[in-house]
Design a binder for this molecule. Structure first.
Ligand SMILES: Cc1ncc(COP(=O)(O)O)c(C=O)c1O
Length: 383
């Protein structure tokens, strides 16, 4: 086929072109109001987002990282506690645990979905009774919810708080339940690359518990229930009203954008299968990840597992096809977590995945010609 222009991993410019007038009008609304800290714009977005996620409350904050931290604190995590999470996630899933004063416990992932594996978590819980374990923090990786019914059963049996890191999964669901409505608290990121993204940093926590919601409203505002009264140590992590206004413009589009992502994922699946790169026995150079039947996957990323990943990446880069590796170093092998005492080989599925995963271009405005070029290029590399 004729070679299309460069295919970026993500092109936010195409989205901006489509919504520019609405976005600029929303920013102008905030500037005209001269109201720059919390207030109506933030409250309206919190209400609209909570409704979207089928949760009772939403508390806006400064980033997804802060959202995970607030979600953990509200769920009762405190210094000396332990929190089970996945080794295959963005750093913030684990750093927020440490910032809450707790110790991350990494358990291996399911090789088919790369989400935290409930069977491994169960094995861990049955083999090591600890009085310090406080919470389970599954991450809905790449836009697919982790196995929430299994995690809920384990949380109930072992009396743990179930907290969702839903940073990558706005609009996803599990067994018909929306991401953000299943855990005691759930954290979202609006980092610019996310399916719902701000024009800067922003995050939110959802919960059905009104006491937790109140506490998080205080914590994001210096632990202050009213001006100059501080009951506990919080932080300045308020959601910026300009970001809230941008997010209010974008939220009504998220379902449509997620639908497009799902269509592109189905198209990649079909093209990769037709290309002969994937074999039923699984020994082809490319392996697709599985979507669980319970999951409504929103494809924040479309990730494949490939042989000779770094060479393929280089080959695609020479053709100006954008790719990314989420994540090249599993969290238990990060230098900053050396004190936790994990070694190479402790979590083999996550370690293997870190050598094989490759995210292909994925965003709602991607077109079929670009996808075809991406898959043809992958096929050419292995030919
Ligand atoms: C799974 C996960 N958790 C937490 C975060 C942190 O979000 P932020 O970058 O908005 O701080 C991110 C995103 O970057 C993420 O992907």
């Amino acid at each position: 086929m004729t070679r299309p222009a460069p295919v970026p991993l993500l092109d936010l410019g195409r989205q901006y072109t489509a919504i520019r007038d609405e976005v600029l009008a929303a920013i102008e609304r905030v500037c005209s109001s001269q109201h720059y800290i919390l207030g109506q714009e933030v409250e309206s977005f919190e209400h609209e987002l909570a409704t979207f996620c089928e949760a009772a409350h939403a508390i806006g904050c400064a980033s997804g990282t802060d959202a995970v931290w607030l979600a953990l604190l509200a769920a009762g995590v405190s210094p000396g506690d332990e929190v089970i999470t996945t080794p295959l996630s963005f750093f913030a899933s684990a750093s927020a645990v440490v910032r809450a004063g707790a110790r991350p416990i990494f358990v291996d992932v399911d090789p088919h979905t790369l989400n935290l594996n409930p069977e491994q978590v169960e094995k861990y819980l049955r083999s090591r009774r600890s009085t310090h374990l406080r919470a389970l923090l599954p991450v809905h990786l790449y836009g697919q919810c982790a196995g929430m019914d299994a995690f809920q059963r384990l949380a109930d049996e072992f009396q743990l708080a179930l907290v969702e890191d839903a940073a990558q999964a706005i609009g996803a669901s599990w067994n018909g339940r929306r991401a953000g409505s299943m855990g005691v608290t759930a954290a979202f990121s609006f980092y610019p690359s996310k399916n719902l993204s701000a024009y800067g940093d922003a995050g939110i926590v959802t919960t059905n518990n009104s006491d937790f919601a109140e506490r998080m409203r205080r914590l994001r505002n210096h632990g202050s229930p009213k001006r100059y009264l501080h009951e506990e140590l919080g932080w300045n992590s308020r959601l910026d009203p300009i970001q809230a206004a941008v997010l209010r413009v974008k939220l009504p589009y998220v379902e449509k954008w997620n639908r497009r992502r799902r269509e592109h994922a189905a198209n990649y699946d079909r093209l990769l299968t037709q290309s002969g790169l994937t074999s039923a026995s699984g020994d082809g150079p490319v392996r697709m990840l599985a979507s669980a039947p319970q999951a409504h996957h929103v494809f924040h990323q479309y990730v494949i597992r490939v042989q000779r990943r770094d060479d393929l990446r280089q080959f695609l880069a020479e053709r100006k096809i954008g790719t990314e590796v989420y994540y090249p170093i599993p969290l238990h092998r990060q230098p900053v977590f050396a004190y936790l005492g994990y070694s190479e080989g402790d979590l083999p599925e996550a370690e293997k995945a870190a050598h094989e995963v490759l995210a292909l271009p994925m965003f709602p405005e991607l077109n079929a010609e670009e996808q075809q070029w991406v898959v043809e290029s992958v096929a050419e590399f292995y030919s």
